[in-house]
Design a protein around this ligand. Structure first.
Ligand SMILES: Cc1ncc(COP(=O)(O)O)c(C=O)c1O
Ligand code: FES
Length: 510
């Protein structure tokens, strides 16, 4: 923090893509700038909560249509609670609930605080990608001419940056389409390899994993595998004694995520790695929310396979990587077959712009991790202290073993979805993200032992590289005002204010 150079670079970044000093945007200005705008604009549709009772889906659809129709003509600032207003009224200049978006002056949109869903691309990443979308278009697998050689060389450099970020050898990095594919590839690949040998048919994972890990395991159950879904403790962490007890002679792989995407807790990686190694079981970790944010060393952690995502580290969407250990060698069946690219583990032509973008994103993360982490911690503490100073609010997940960029808080006596609706000037996600298909509250919070009520009243705040102190202060003020507003409407809150213990009330059934 004593070095002011990074902060100057950041200032430059924040001024906007068109004025970022070393950028080549200027050369491509008219089309490329709008491409960047288009990309950034996509994260408006990332907020997809739903709720049967208040019909959030319908409201959000209406908001989305209105937003897209008015794109570029949105009003400035406001502080009024918005519950009960129609979508049209909310978008009207008089209501003025949308605030100036602060990243790269691409119009007025909500403040972006949904960094676990995706991170905005760093302009330096876009810069590195551009030549590979124009002049450098060779197929990196073409061996017979310069077009192939130059894109191949760039991809290998990108691979080295990613390897460097996690302490791996570049040969151990396999490019994929994202963490979802890497998770599928690791878990299904290892399981199927062992099944062929007929020896091991058991998998261990935890109840708080990302859906793509849980669903890969479910598919393997259909193929005859046995799966243990380990419970977690109230703080969201895996209990090491329980994990050890779950390991059997037939266990092929343990898959436990590094940082949880809903609550930000960091699992005890070194302990899990050590245990797995001593039991000769492969250790896979979903590192989508961890890599680039906290220091990772696959050797220190004894990780055998690790999933990484490009768009969670300020790189492009549609690319990821899978770390696959070479010594001792990890054996797995590929899930995508074909031309044998990526050491035969993932066939298909690689995308040079995407790979280069992810490589540059990894390079920047490594170089600026300490700076980013210090800054994000400061903003996170400011937010958390402010939120916890309100009555009846609690942090979900362990406070110490925690990535500060993910703050998940329960606001008792407020419905999470109603609060999201009241905070339309902030792009957030509800910790209780039920889908329209299932009305269950968050399975992650339920696994922590939260009550349905508490899970339903949770909001996740995602802080990232481009979040500012002013944004945090705005969010704090907005949350304070609107939580009070919603609580005033709640009959339960009224009872609590009268000093009545809600647990003593006998509710009539109907
Ligand atoms: C923990 C975790 N794993 C996997 C994924 C999926 O990543 P991708 O979008 O790269 O497929 C995500 C992103 O939503 C995530 O947060
Ligand atoms: S209604 Fe599903 S989480 Fe709130």
């Amino acid at each position: 923090m004593t070095n002011i150079a990074p902060s100057l670079a950041r200032q430059a970044l924040r001024i906007g893509a068109r004025r970022y000093p070393s950028t080549s945007f200027a050369r491509f200005s008219p089309t490329v700038t709008s491409t960047v705008g288009g990309h950034i604009r996509t994260y408006v549709s990332e907020t997809k909560p739903s709720n049967a009772t208040v019909n959030v889906d319908t409201t959000i659809q209406a908001d989305k249509s209105a937003f897209l129709a008015q794109s570029g003509k949105r009003p400035q600032d406001a502080t009024m609670p918005t519950t009960g207003m129609s979508a049209d009224a909310m978008m009207s200049p008089a209501a003025g609930i949308l605030k100036q978006a602060t990243i790269m002056d691409e119009g007025t949109r909500p403040i972006y605080l949904d960094m676990q869903a995706t991170t905005p691309m760093d302009p330096r990443v876009v810069d590195a990608m551009l030549p590979f979308m124009t002049g450098l278009y060779g197929n990196p697998h073409s061996r017979t001419h310069a077009y192939g050689w130059e894109t191949d060389q760039a991809i290998e450099q990108a691979r080295a940056h990613i390897a460097d970020l996690i302490g791996a050898d570049p040969k151990e990095i396999i490019f994929t389409s994202g963490a979802t594919e890497s998770n599928n590839m690791s878990i299904k690949g290892v399981a199927r390899f062992f099944k062929r040998g007929g020896k091991k048919n058991h998998i261990i994972t935890s109840q708080t994993e990302h859906k793509c890990v849980l669903d890969s395991c479910r598919h393997l159950q259909d193929e005859g595998f046995q799966v243990t879904y380990l419970p977690v403790q109230n703080n969201g962490l895996v209990d090491m004694a329980q994990l050890e007890a779950a390991i059997r002679p037939e266990t092929a792989i343990v898959s436990i995520m590094t940082v949880n995407n809903e609550i930000g807790v960091i699992q005890p990686m070194e302990e899990i790695g050590q245990l797995c190694r001593s039991k000769k079981v492969y250790f896979h970790t979903d590192g989508a929310q961890a890599v680039g944010k906290i220091p990772i060393d696959v050797n220190k952690m004894n990780v055998d396979l690790m999933s990484i995502s490009g768009h969670k580290i300020y790189g492009p969407m549609g690319i990821g990587a899978c770390y696959v250990r070479r010594r001792p060698r990890v054996r797995l069946d590929p899930i995508i077959s074909g031309g044998g690219q990526e050491r035969g583990l993932r066939s298909g032509t690689l995308s040079p712009p995407l790979a280069v973008g992810m490589g540059e994103a990894a390079r920047i993360c490594k170089e600026e991790m300490q700076y980013d982490h210090t800054r994000i911690s400061r903003l996170s503490n400011r937010l958390l202290e402010g939120l916890l100073a309100m009555e009846h609010t609690t942090l979900n997940g362990d406070r110490e073993r925690h990535y500060p960029g993910c703050v998940n808080v329960s606001f008792a006596y407020v419905e999470g979805e109603s609060l999201l609706m009241a905070l339309k000037d902030i792009a957030l996600s509800s910790g209780s993200a039920c889908t329209s298909a299932s009305l269950e509250p968050s399975y992650v919070l339920r696994a922590l032992g939260s009550s349905d009520e508490s899970a339903h009243s949770s909001i996740r705040f995602g802080i990232g590289r481009f979040t500012t102190e002013e944004e945090i202060d705005y969010v704090l003020k907005a949350v304070r005002e609107r939580v009070s507003f919603l609580r005033e409407l709640s009959p339960l809150w009224e009872l609590v204010q009268e000093g009545i213990d809600l647990n003593t009330i006998e509710w009539s059934q109907h």
